[in-house]
Write a protein that binds this ligand. Structure first.
Ligand code: SAH
Length: 242
């Protein structure tokens, strides 16, 4: 049988993986993925054929996975977090569309929205939107519009890809859009290196967030109008009377 698992490994190392993800990797002959993620799970993949590729080579990575599968090898394509949230699941299915004999199984993982929320407390208890600030594949105007509309609707907003070397002021620009509808006092938090060495988090207001420098290994959560800080934890109330 020709099979490719597209596996979300969660935010960090093996302890954050689901049993399904672990079993898929154990069942595979070949592991394909971005260097950093393969490194995070190196004990689990030892003895297997490993094809690690640099970032931004996503389509090539899928073609490599497909080639191995067509030769009859079972392949795991690994991604951080969830494979279907800004992950490789969609590209893999598209790249393999002419080869229906290859079974593609997507294996879910803990996405950064959930793992960062757990570090901060309980900010996603009510409706939320996830917006990526990466404009590599999405026009920046569209990103700003989504931020404005989600802010106007008082969603909690979780930001992925909040920065990179070339986009160091994107978080500031995103905050300016959200500040058109959200109060400067809106409670926010961000977590760096979730589940990895050097995990750290910060709580701040939206006004303060505007001037923070964060890196690409950070997930940001901007509260709604009800979000508050309770004993150092970020909480969005569901509305229960205590
Ligand atoms: N598929 C991944 C998301 C990939 S997009 C998932 O479901 O989590 C990459 C962005 O995800 C990063 O820029 C960052 O905002 C967030 N992210 C992923 N892993 C993270 C981690 N361990 N710590 C902090 N942020 C993380």
């Amino acid at each position: 049988m020709k099979k490719i698992y597209v596996v979300g490994i969660g935010p960090g190392n093996e302890i954050f993986m689901t049993n399904e993800a672990k079993t898929a990797i154990q069942d595979s002959d070949v592991i394909v993925g971005y260097d950093l993620y393969v490194e995070l799970i190196k004990e689990l993949v030892s003895g297997k054929t490993v094809e690690s590729t640099p970032m931004k080579k996503e389509v090539d990575r899928c073609k490599i996975a497909l080639e191995y599968a067509l030769k009859g090898q079972t392949v795991s394509m690994v991604c951080s977090g969830d494979a279907g949230v800004y992950g490789m699941a969609g590209i893999m299915i598209e790249v393999a569309q002419e080869n229906p004999e290859v079974e593609i199984q997507v294996v879910s993982g803990i996405t950064a929205a959930c793992s960062s929320a757990a570090v901060l407390g309980a900010p996603l208890i009510h409706d939320f939107a996830i917006v990526s600030l990466s404009d590599l594949l999405t026009p920046w105007e569209k990103i700003e519009k989504r931020l404005r509309l989600a802010s106007d609707a008082d969603f909690v907003i979780c930001l992925y890809n909040p920065s990179s070397k070339k986009r160091h002021d994107y978080l500031k620009k995103a905050c300016e859009q959200m500040l058109l509808f959200k109060s400067p006092d809106t409670k926010c938090g961000y977590v760096k290196n979730i589940g990895r060495e050097g995990q750290s988090y910060t709580l701040c207001t939206l006004q303060e967030l505007k001037d923070k420098e964060v890196d690409m290994f950070t997930t940001v959560i901007v509260g709604n109008s009800q979000t508050k800080v309770v004993n150092g934890k970020l909480v969005t109330p569901r509305g229960y009377h205590l």
